[in-house]
Design a binder for this molecule. Structure first.
Ligand code: CO8
Length: 261
């Protein structure tokens, strides 16, 4: 944590195998300035490389997961600067991480904040969470997946309504729409996300990564290609220690001893 200005980073869970990242820039409701995104990239990379970590939880504060990209940083940019600086360069790591990532969203997840949550694999929400893409009110449009991942997640009509009006939806509606998988009381949310992280971390980390890769492929491929990719990945699990360990343990009626290989 000492190395970060905008994050609190820790390991959680009984076996310390859940990487925990709390966005911590309270004065700007966790607005995602460049420095914060560079730090987030570093923290996610470190957990990805940590053999003991099987899952990562990203959360914010009770008031805000993240209120978007930093508007004060963006205000003066012109097209050539935005283009030259490739102003989304620090925004790819969360979506590309091999390990499963859970977003635990309390409060505002707006603009880039909602986009960051959608880059994660699973979203849990607190009862007071608000999900929105308000960019239209700033005279711009979502720039980190809000027109793409949101549409894939909740369908055209709801996504269009959200990005064209800028109006957010609450946690209950987000759950109904399939944007989030579960809603919890505000103060229980982070613990529940960590518990889920522990459940995921207890499986083979190697096979979890393969499983995540296969589900993620469904967003990029046709059904035929996706099924082919899935089949080959499934076949590949038969080259692992952990596939044998898992099936043998089932037959011998005991817990599996996964070695992540
Ligand atoms: N950027 C910079 N500062 C912010 C942001 C933000 N997105 N959101 C809040 N803040 C700051 C406020 O300026 C304020 O600071 P100060 O006290 O110095 O004025 C402080 O946080 C507290 O905010 P408020 O006083 O506004 O708090 P309220 O409780 O009254 O309101 C809201 C909370 C409703 C969340 C309100 O702050 C708000 O509407 N924020 C902006 C939300 C928004 O429009 N987000 C979208 C930003 S655009 C975007 O995300 C594009 C992403 C493109 C991808 C980027 C790829 C690189």
């Amino acid at each position: 944590t000492g190395q970060y200005q905008n994050l609190i980073v820790d390991k959680k869970g009984q076996n310390q195998n859940v990487g925990f990242i709390q966005l911590n820039r309270p004065k700007a409701l966790n607005a995602l300035c460049d420095e914060l995104m560079v730090e987030l990239t570093q923290a996610v990379t470190d957990f990805e490389n940590d053999g003991n970590v099987g899952c990562i939880v990203i959360t914010g504060s009770e008031k805000a997961f993240a209120a978007g990209a930093d508007i004060k940083e963006m205000q003066k940019r012109d097209f050539s600067q935005a283009y030259d600086e490739n102003f989304t360069a620090a925004w790819t790591k969360v979506a590309e991480c091999k390990k499963p990532i859970i977003a635990a969203v309390n409060g505002y997840a707006l603009g880039g904040g909602n986009e960051l949550a959608m880059m994660c694999d699973i979203i849990y929400a607190g009862e007071k969470a608000k999900f929105g893409q308000p960019e239209i009110k700033l005279g711009t449009i979502p720039g980190a997946g809000g027109t793409q991942r949101l549409t894939q997640s909740i369908g055209k009509s709801k996504a269009m309504e959200m990005v064209l009006t800028g109006n957010p939806i609450n946690a209950e509606d987000a759950e109904k729409a399939g944007l989030v998988s579960k809603v919890f009381p505000v103060e229980q949310l982070v613990d529940e996300a960590i518990k889920l992280g522990e459940t995921i971390s207890a499986q083979s980390k190697l096979v979890s990564a393969m499983c995540k890769e296969a589900v993620s492929a469904s967003f990029e491929m046709s059904l035929r290609e996706g099924l082919h990719f899935e089949k080959r990945t499934f076949h590949a699990t038969f080259a692992t220690h952990d596939r044998m360990a898992g099936m043998t343990a089932f037959i011998e009626k005991r817990p599996a001893d996964f070695k992540d290989k």
